[in-house]
Write a protein that binds this ligand. Structure first.
Ligand code: UT7
Length: 323
């Protein structure tokens, strides 16, 4: 059977770093509150004029270099973002053009913080169906552009960044020993839309709008939803928490990550954390964390990696991947 195997990964963070102390000069908050409640110490903010496609392009370029493959060999680009450059065309086609690719397909996918896991399942399905051979799956966001910088309950939580994986369809044996994506599981429940949303859009207000969140409500559901969809991944493969080499969760809040790892029985040394340095970068957080742990050689070929995300919609999902 065909498997979607990771050939390389890369990431990009804008140069500007915004610390908690700096934020505390413009809204009523403290470094202590933000660190205690979220684990976030700083986040990166895109420069004026620097767009989601710029971040995505840099991450995609880094992933292609890491994979040692030419951009021209990519025939599918799936770009997960909730902060596209324009209402249309898709940010993915801007990245495609900048990479000099003019064959195959490129499109955006919108599942907010779960976008990267959604993107993995979509790309994996198309690769394993034999429709495409080599894919870029990108998560890229400029959430700084949709934050209400006067709302301390949300503006301290998010940051900008991008990450990307190169996936290739390769023949596998169909067992858990194969490299590549072993299983992916997605869920959504639109009854929760109003708990995390942006109050603008082309069809409603004709404005971009600002992010609004009932943080406590999201928090209340997060650990149960995350652990539930991870159990789907375990059930589908027969693997369990003890088999995991690295847990690379969506980076929204250190307390949610710790709570999920604890409930699953995954020890803290196996958890990749970037939320302290990146904040919540929505669809970009998982590939950013993967690239971090690959760069410092924690993640190695053959490792079993567990991914999960949960966010607006609500949407949530999990993936098991052998590196
Ligand atoms: O990407 C996926 C989607 N997002 C998430 O997963 C986020 C999920 N939610 C969370 O991470 C947490 O709920 C937050 C970090 C947003 C908030 O933490 P919390 O422990 O749930 O705090 P809270 O909302 O219950 O607020 C506690 C207090 C409130 O004051 P009162 O009502 O107790 O007087 C807030 O007004 O903290 C206050 N507060 C702040 N204080 C200082 C809220 N934001 C701030 C702030 N600085 N930035």
């Amino acid at each position: 059977m065909l498997r979607s195997v990771v050939l390389g990964c890369g990431s990009y963070l804008p140069a500007r770093i915004l610390s908690n102390d700096e934020l505390a000069r413009s809204v009523e908050t403290t470094d202590e509150w933000i660190v205690q409640r979220t684990g976030i110490r700083e986040r990166h903010i895109a420069a004026p004029g620097e767009m989601t496609s710029d971040l995505a392009y840099n991450a995609a370029r880094a992933a292609l270099d890491h994979a040692h493959v030419d951009a021209s060999s990519i025939d599918l680009i799936v770009l997960a973002t909730a902060t596209p450059d324009y209402t249309f065309p898709a940010t993915a086609v801007a990245v495609q053009a900048r990479l000099g690719i003019n064959h195959g397909a490129a499109f955006d996918l919108q599942a907010v913080c779960s976008g990267f896991v959604y993107g993995l399942q979509v790309a994996d399905s198309l690769l394993r169906a034999g429709i495409y051979k080599r894919a870029l799956v990108v998560g890229a966001e400029t959430f700084s552009r949709i934050l209400d910088w006067n709302d301390r309950t949300t503006c301290v939580l998010f940051g900008d960044g991008a990450g990307a994986l190169v996936l290739e369809a390769q023949e596998g044996t169909g067992t858990n020993a194969d490299r590549g994506l072993l299983t992916t599981h997605l869920r959504s429940d639109g009854r929760h839309q109003a708990k995390l949303y942006v109050d603008g859009g082309p069809s409603s207000t004709q404005t971009v709008g600002h992010l609004r969140m009932e943080g406590r409500e999201v928090f209340k559901h997060a650990v149960a939803m995350i652990t539930d969809v991870i159990h789907d991944a375990f059930d589908a493969t027969g693997l369990n928490a003890g088999d995991i080499d690295w847990f690379v969760p969506h980076q929204a809040n250190k307390r949610i990550i710790d709570g999920s790892a604890h409930k699953l029985g995954i020890s803290p040394e196996k958890v990749v954390i970037t939320v302290d340095r990146h904040g919540n970068t929505s669809a970009a957080s998982i590939p950013l964390a993967l690239a971090d742990a690959v760069a410092d050689r924690r993640i190695r070929r053959g490792n079993l990696i567990l991914l999960e995300a949960m966010g607006g919609g609500f949407t949530w999902g999990s993936a098991l991947l052998r590196w």
